[in-house]
Design a protein around this ligand. Structure first.
Ligand code: FAD
Length: 449
């Protein structure tokens, strides 16, 4: 097992860093248990790092950091499920699924996270019929603070106080605070094919029609280009495999457009860097990028080709979920747009607008409610200090009681989180019961519980 002292680590975005007294890369479950027992005995705190794709300080630790990069094998693949070790990367898992003509019903945007890391924060895609990746979990295996192995499935009930709690719904989105997840079984479905249409509409028209689109299309999300009043729509529906041929893969997609798309990072990176020194350039950059790169097009592809994308330009991201039924989500989005128009703050594209179905994980922002997510980013910004335009976003989201995505940036207090996450008190009770000495805490997790 690799072991290092004073190990320096930073996340993908570069806005979170730490120096851990001890860093471990275990190769066996016995070694993982050994590390947990070492921490317990020496009164040290542990955090597991995945691929560092969270923007929040959720993974950092100045004491013990554990990476499962040497614990990422496939265990088995069946006709409708797959089992792997916690450190496997999503892109490795997706390659295995594709080779077995399997898929998940939905995906987060990129594939660079680890499986256990993506599940720990409730990584989600978009579509009103679909829940986060955590909802696909059938079974988890975890090493708890006492060094014990805990096997958790849908039937696992734990008696905590006078309550019998179904703990898969806690462990499926645990912020890495219940123990080290070593194995996961996820439910799959047969690989499917999608026809996706991309087009532009006006912001006001979008506000009117967004929920109808979300009901009409199984996969629907949108990118608002702030300061342009334009929204780029992504709509996709399932099609038969026969429609999937090289010839029909793309329509309205010229050679010239393809060349432009290949250049997007090279052409836009200097612009984003410049715009951080002079934010008044952002409206023009957003408008230019929309016109130049985001032309309407139709694609046919398998679920991975349509729903999963490559890593993007470095950025920091915040995302909040809002309930849909009473229209609060539209009011919050409109207020963010109106507020931006009346301040000097400028926001890079895209403001990411997504939908998910209600789910049961206690710490999910979509807990028992269909949810609309608004995500905003600041590109090429690597500071720990919250960017002023992101603070403005936090302030609007706070007014509407929006619930944060745990992997992204937010600024809510313990009591504000308690108001937004009804399952948080049960989760705290379970956490304290499984980890009474707080082995799996860092400052961020402490501030929540
Ligand atoms: C470019 C980009 C795109 C993104 N797109 C989306 C998106 O579409 N939807 C969305 O919801 N989110 C998205 N995210 C956020 C991302 O999916 C989450 O933050 C995810 O948790 C990152 O996974 P990771 O492997 O990098 O874990 P890390 O960020 O390293 O860690 C996240 C948490 O997982 C815990 N953890 C990791 N491994 C284990 C383990 N084995 N046992 C116990 N705990 C563990 C860590 O302790 C930590 O609490 C995106 C992030 C980036 C940078």
């Amino acid at each position: 097992m690799i072991k290092e002292e004073n190990y320096s680590w930073n996340n993908w975005a570069g806005n979170q860093s730490c120096i851990a007294e001890n860093y471990f890369e275990p190769e066996t479950e016995e070694q993982i248990i050994e590390i947990v027992c070492f921490a317990e005995k020496n009164k040290k705190k542990i955090r597991v790092i995945g691929s560092g794709h969270s923007f929040s300080p959720i993974a950092i630790s100045n004491e013990i950091l554990v990476s499962l990069k040497n614990y990422r094998k496939l265990i088995s693949v069946g006709k409708d499920s797959v089992t792997c070790q916690g450190g496997m990367y999503l892109h490795e898992l997706y390659t295995i699924l594709k080779a077995n003509t399997l898929s998940f019903p939905n995906f987060g945007v990129i594939n660079k996270q680890t499986v256990a890391g993506a599940l720990a924060t409730g990584t989600h895609g978009s579509g009103l019929k679909h829940r986060s990746l955590s909802a696909q979990i059938e079974r988890l295996r975890m090493i708890t603070a006492s060094g014990d192995l805990l096997e958790i499935n849908k039937e696992t009930i734990l008696k905590i106080g006078n309550k019998n709690l179904n703990i898969l719904e806690a462990a499926s989105l645990s912020l890495g605070s219940l123990g080290i997840v070593t194995e996961i079984t996820l439910k799959c479905e047969p690989l499917f094919y999608l026809k996706s249409e991309e087009s532009v509409i006006e912001f006001d028209e979008f506000l009117e029609s967004m929920d109808d689109y979300a009901k009409r299309y199984e996969y629907f999300k949108a990118w608002w280009f702030p300061h342009t009043d334009k929204v780029y729509l992504f709509r996709a529906e399932r099609v038969e495999k026969e429609q999937y041929s090289e010839k029909s893969k793309w329509e309205n997609y010229t050679r010239e457009q393809k060349d432009r798309d290949l250049q997007i990072d090279t052409l836009t990176t200097p612009l984003f860097i410049k715009s951080n020194a002079d934010p008044s350039l952002i409206p023009e950059i957003n408008a230019y990028c929309l016109d130049y790169f985001f032309t309407p097009r139709t694609k046919i592809g398998n679920s991975f080709e349509i729903l999963v994308h490559d890593e993007t330009i470095p950025m920091v991201v915040s995302e909040y979920g809002l309930p849909i039924p009473d229209g609060i989500h539209k009011k919050a989005l409109k207020e963010f747009r109106d507020t931006l128009e009346h301040t000097e703050h400028k926001v890079h594209f895209p403001v990411d607008l997504r939908y998910t179905a209600a789910e049961e994980s206690w710490l999910s922002p979509s807990y028992q409610k269909d949810t609309f997510y608004i995500g905003m980013c600041v590109r090429e910004y690597r500071e720990k200090k919250i960017h002023p335009s992101m603070q403005l976003f936090f302030d609007v989201m706070k007014k509407y009681n929006a619930s944060p995505n745990w992997g992204k940036l937010s600024d809510l207090s313990k009591s504000e989180l308690e108001e937004r996450f009804p399952g948080i008190n049960d989760f705290r009770e379970l956490r304290n019961n499984i980890d009474p000495k707080g082995v799996f805490l860092n400052e961020f997790i402490k501030s929540i519980f």
